[in-house]
Design a binder for this molecule. Structure first.
Ligand SMILES: [Zn+2]
Ligand SMILES: [Zn+2]
Length: 769
């Protein structure tokens, strides 16, 4: 066993604390997983297919009527609208033999081989009856019974109807479906070609010119070098997040997804390529997430042990793949549950486990990562000297494992609590049950999350400081806060200026920020915050924030803009590192000023920020492992089901349907472009190839040009024929390879200024350090 390893811990006879015992049972349960274990819940048919993937080329052509039924199924999110459309078509052509919704649904399930597995759970969402909970009769946390007692008793114990169930969609069949057509399989060959290219560049130049993927980080490069990952293997990222379906009532719902790193960054985050892993329905937040993740992870571990057999339509042969889990991503609160760390308000709250100690206020229980020691301060356990931000430790697996051992071997509850505080670990993560050679392992597998960090946490901190709404601990006095300038009329004017900037943001920037003074507390979206703080802010706050606060803020903007890029050069990493470290140091001097009453200004996001540049070197650009993908998945699935009477059950059904539709489109690429999941060309458009697509409106008929116009056009395009009087057809819009859309003046001039989005983006290279 390698030094500092923890495999022996799962064999301990005596573990004194209940929650540790339960966590270890889940880890052990995972280690024993096999694909044919009935507790996984896969049907015999699905299991047989998983172990013997079909070799034949997918059925590219189905008969016309079946194709029509599949199109209708993909295009109609509900059974009712499917039936309505079928009736309309049958009125037009009564002799058509259209399948029922049920039949086409089964056909799609058969073609894709994807089915969900169902497990039971506490009706209040505390736990799932899996792993060590499988032999219970009632929830160990709230005592609600597993089964409907009336049905159980009236049937003399025969009818076991659970109060609530949840769905898991095993990842294996989803991966197999992706490789069944040459089109989608060739996309998944990116990992092969890119890993070869990366190693060739490293051999030749010694380092990479730029980082544009997780594969470019040292952690995965090393995993390839030491043979933990092979070119035939599957490399995944796991992502989990909770969401409230309704703002005003308990409606928590958790979803987890898998992102396939074998696909290129341009491909893998698309709605049609994201694999849904499972749902944890509300109404409450789960109290034991391990129990809900257990079935999906059991399947993963079984694949790691038995390998996944994939028919690769490009190679035209069966490939045996190990399934490697590279990264685990989540927002702050969810991360704490999946990694078993104490969370960001703990004394050792860093999710990357760098070991930095926090400090707390005199009467506070939360710790904050303040670098500087406050003046006149003697809170026990927090009186360490100033911390040099340039010398933070990097995440260490050895330190993590040594500390995990200390926590698990606690001899009683009070010792356990002390050890949690001193180590920052509360329990082993369920991910410890994975095959150790098939994962980066904690803490390396914990991804950073730039979405929550930049778009939500830092924006909330800066805005609440500038508005003077952050908590003020007496004897601190808000009247001394010379940075708190966004108040009264200044704030209202600023809000209007934000809304008025709409016309100057290119439409490719998506949703422009609303008036922040009006909407700050009512649904301001993460994307709006991002554009506000790092896009509009430097222009709109110039002359409003006092100079030194403004200059300090610009360093944050510079650093985040560099870190948010899809391609980050080494020079970018160095610049961002300098800017963000300087921002963090000055932030403490300007705002917190070593005052014990202001320790809470230094929120956890200030600490995670300074890790970002180093994280680029380790796991590539933060955007590659951010929560945006999952947020979009939750967002568009959530929107689809809000009106439903049983939103949680419906959400699972929508997710399964989406998964099957995606798999079907991977198997039969001709289907793409149909239905809500399709990514085809819009009606009336014309594909010019190489990523250029003309979009409507367009002239109905070609129009002949005046001679002067024809001359001008000839000069611009010398390849045009020299003939007299040629005619042209005008188009309103052009989609370019980046996905951005260019608009022509022909139609734009018809719109009022308020409806136009005109903008020129100029990138100015200037460093304010
Ligand atoms: Zn319960
Ligand atoms: Zn840290």
């Amino acid at each position: 066993m390698p030094p500092g390893d923890v495999e022996d811990l799962w064999l301990q006879d005596t573990i004194h604390c209940d929650n540790l015992r339960t966590a270890v049972e889940f880890v052990k349960g995972l280690q024993g997983a096999t694909l044919d274990d009935p507790s996984l819940g896969m049907s015999d048919g699905a299991l047989h297919r998983l172990q013997n993937p079909p070799h034949e080329q997918s059925p590219r052509v189905v008969d016309k009527v079946t194709r029509l039924a599949i199109d209708l199924f993909l295009g109609n999110p509900s059974e009712a609208t499917y039936e309505t459309n079928c009736r309309a078509i049958l009125r037009f052509q009564p002799d058509l033999d259209l399948m029922s919704y049920y039949k086409v649904k089964s056909l799609v399930a058969n073609l894709t081989g994807i089915e969900s597995v169902i497990h039971h759970m506490c009706v209040k969402s505390c736990i799932a009856y899996t792993g060590p909970f499988v032999d219970l009769d009632a929830c160990p946390l709230c005592s609600e019974l597993w089964y409907d007692q009336f049905r159980l008793e009236s049937s003399s114990g025969l009818e076991k109807v659970p109060h609530q169930e949840f769905h898991t969609i095993p990842i294996g069949p989803q991966l197999q479906a992706l490789y069944r057509s040459p089109e989608s399989a060739s996309h998944a060959h990116y990992l092969r070609s890119e890993s070869h290219r990366v190693h060739a560049e490293l051999d030749h130049a010694g380092s990479l010119d730029q980082y544009s993927d997780v594969l470019h980080g040292t952690d995965l490069i090393k995993a390839f070098e030491d043979g933990r990952i092979d070119e035939n293997d599957i490399v995944l990222m796991f992502s989990i997040n909770g969401a409230q379906l309704y703002a005003k009532k308990a409606s928590a719902c958790w979803i987890y997804i898998w992102v396939l790193l074998n696909l290129s960054p341009a491909e893998r985050y698309k709605k049609k390529r994201v694999f849904i892993g499972g749902f944890i329905p509300g109404p409450n937040n789960p109290k034991n997430i391990d129990s809900f993740l257990f079935p999906g992870l059991q399947h993963l571990v079984a694949l790691q042990k038995e390998w996944l057999r994939i028919w690769d339509a490009v190679l035209q042969r069966e490939v045996e793949s190990k399934v490697f889990l590279a990264l685990i991503t989540a927002d702050g609160p969810s991360m704490m549950h999946v990694t078993g760390m104490v969370g960001y308000h703990g004394k050792h709250g860093c999710r990357l486990y760098c070991g930095m100690q926090g400090r707390r206020e005199h009467h506070g229980t939360h710790y904050f990562p303040a670098l500087l020691k406050p003046l006149n301060y003697n809170v026990s356990g927090c009186t360490h000297g100033d911390i040099d931000v340039k010398n933070l430790l990097v995440p260490s697996r050895k330190r993590y494992h040594e500390n995990l051992r200390i926590v698990i071997l606690s001899s009683n509850n009070s010792q356990y609590r002390t050890r949690c505080l001193e180590t920052g670990i509360s329990k082993p993560s369920i991910f410890s049950g994975l095959d150790p050679s098939s994962t980066l392992r904690l803490p390396h597998s914990a991804g950073s999350d730039i979405m929550h960090l930049a778009a939500l946490n830092l924006t909330d901190l800066m805005i609440s400081l500038w508005r003077g709404t952050i908590d003020c601990t007496r004897p601190d006095d808000k009247s001394t806060w010379d940075w708190a300038v966004l108040r009264g009329d200044v704030w209202q004017d600023h809000g209007r200026a934000v809304a008025a900037a709409l016309h100057y943001l290119p439409s490719s920037f998506d949703r422009p920020p609303h008036n922040i003074a009006d909407k700050l507390t009512s649904g301001y979206k993460a994307w709006e915050f991002l554009l506000y703080l790092y896009g509009l802010g430097p222009g709109l706050l110039y002359g409003i924030l006092p100079d030194r606060f403004f200059t300090n803020y610009c360093k944050l903007v510079l650093g985040i803009r560099l870190m948010n890029q899809h391609r980050i050069s080494e020079a970018n990493v160095r610049d961002a590192h300098r800017a963000l470290l300087s921002f963090a140091q000055e932030f403490e001097l300007f705002y917190y000023q070593r005052l014990p009453t202001r320790i809470h200004f230094v929120r956890p996001c200030m600490h995670l920020l300074v890790h970002l540049p180093h994280e680029v070197l380790r796991i590539g650009p933060p955007i590659c492992s951010s929560q945006w993908t999952l947020k979009h998945t939750i967002g568009n699935l959530g929107e689809e089901i809000k009106q439903h009477s049983n939103p949680f059950a419906n959400l699972s059904q929508r997710g399964i349907r989406r998964t099957r539709a995606n798999a079907l489109m991977a198997i039969i690429p001709d289907l793409e472009g149909n239905g809500s999941s399709g990514g085809g060309l819009p009606c009336g458009s014309k594909d010019l190839q190489n990523g250029y697509i003309l979009l409507c409106a367009r002239d109905k008929h070609p129009k002949s040009l005046r001679e002067c116009e024809a001359e001008a056009l000839r000069r611009f395009l010398p390849t045009l024929p020299e003939t007299d009087g040629f005619s042209v057809r005008r188009w309103a819009r052009l989609r370019i390879p980046t996905g951005q859309i260019c608009y022509t003046t022909w139609k734009e001039l018809w719109k009022s200024l308020e409806k136009r989005r005109t903008a020129r983006m100029v990138k100015v290279g200037l460093c304010l350090l």
